[in-house]
Write a protein of this length. Structure first.
Length: 360
């Protein structure tokens, strides 16, 4: 009966012009609230309660609050899960573990925090506040942060499966904010703010960033890609804004230039299209080959730019690497969301309705 009512509602909406997305279909199945007004106070307990391997999408609504006591994991069995915040600015998920030279705590600090989660090997594999191992995972309308600061690797997100979406989120860190941790797996970020300083979007996965603000503290590198040689796409930024963050938590950052990236492993691929690059961008774009001796000479690195604006978009002083260049208009057609994400369209929900554009 519930399903029949849903179908009838959709049919009525179609004929009357009602905005289905305004009705927030599907509604929440589970509610998390710190004040006890939901089924759970703990986000992890709510995730654990989601049916395993369900063909139906499960939606967890997280009410406003500062959720700062859990290092979270979405197990691989929790497919088709959405976690939705009540408010992007007021639903804040954070933790503070970072990588350090402490073998007795698996090189994670603070040791007392690591000790709370050490029995789950996947959970402590990285320092991430949120680790997502499940296919078709969606996070929307919330903030995820690692609050450790400038102390080393301190991830907000580790993403290690296919078809993962972040919609209308703030993703905050300093070093290694987002790890696209599995080669070839597709990740989609739309209308997000991503903050960091050092290699803060990294790994071998595929990332399509649509209409995001990519905000950098000075002196660092936005990306550290490790794209496999035979993987055509790495990171694609479309209609994004690359901006500068003042008042860095680390002394000496303010006033320094921002690099698009530095090559990490394999054959990095990063494309920036139709975007605005602030004047604080490093004129070379990729000012260092880091530890990759072939980075400047291999045409298997694809470091492309097309139709960008802003003072940082001037390519006349870019590094003279074999794989770094501007795309032609014809070549740029290969970097649409449809091409990069192939048979997956994250803009369409399970009802066949297009995602509405977010506003802040």
């Amino acid at each position: 009966m519930r399903r029949l009512k849903t179908y009838l509602f959709i049919a009525c909406a179609f004929f009357t012009g009602t905005n289905l997305l305004a009705a927030e279909i599907p509604k929440a199945d589970i509610i998390v609230a710190l004040d006890g007004s939901g089924q759970f106070k703990s986000i992890q307990q709510a995730i654990n309660a989601v049916p395993d391997n369900s063909a139906k999408r499960t939606v967890i609504l997280i009410k406003n609050g500062a959720y700062s006591t859990e290092k979270l994991i979405v197990p691989a069995s929790k497919i088709n899960l959405t976690i939705r915040g009540e408010s992007r600015e007021k639903t804040v998920i954070s933790y503070h573990i970072y990588d350090c030279g402490s073998p007795e705590s698996q090189n994670k600090c603070p040791a007392e925090s690591w000790a709370l989660w050490k029995d789950n090997k996947e959970l402590v594999r990285t320092s991430a506040t949120l680790t997502a191992l499940a296919e078709n995972f969606i996070a929307e309308n919330l903030t995820v942060a690692n609050t450790a600061g400038p102390v080393g690797q301190a991830l907000a997100l580790t993403l290690r499966n296919d078809k993962i979406t972040f919609n209308n989120c703030d993703i905050l860190g300093y070093q290694d904010t987002i790890l696209l941790g599995k080669d070839g797996m597709r990740n989609y970020f739309v209308d997000c703010l991503i903050l960091g300083r050092t290699d803060y979007i990294y790994g071998g996965g595929i990332g399509f960033f649509q209409s995001c603000e990519v905000r950098s503290y000075g002196g660092g590198w936005v990306t550290a890609p490790s794209t496999p040689e035979r993987q055509f796409y790495g990171y694609v930024f479309n209609q994004c804004k690359f901006t500068y963050a003042a008042n860095s938590p680390r002394k000496g950052d303010d006033g320094r230039k921002i690099a698009i990236g530095r090559p990490w492993h394999n054959y990095p691929k990063v494309t920036i299209l139709n975007s605005e690059l602030c004047e604080e961008m490093h004129p070379e774009g990729w000012p260092t080959t880091w530890n990759m001796t072939y980075a400047a000479t291999s045409d298997q690195l694809h470091l492309y730019e097309y139709n960008n604006s802003g003072k940082g978009a001037d390519m006349s002083h870019r590094a003279s690497w074999a794989g770094l260049r501007a795309l032609t208009a014809e070549e740029a057609k290969d970097y649409t969301m449809q091409k990069v994400l192939a048979d997956w369209n994250p803009e369409i929900n399970q009802y066949g309705v297009k995602r509405k554009k977010n506003s802040r």
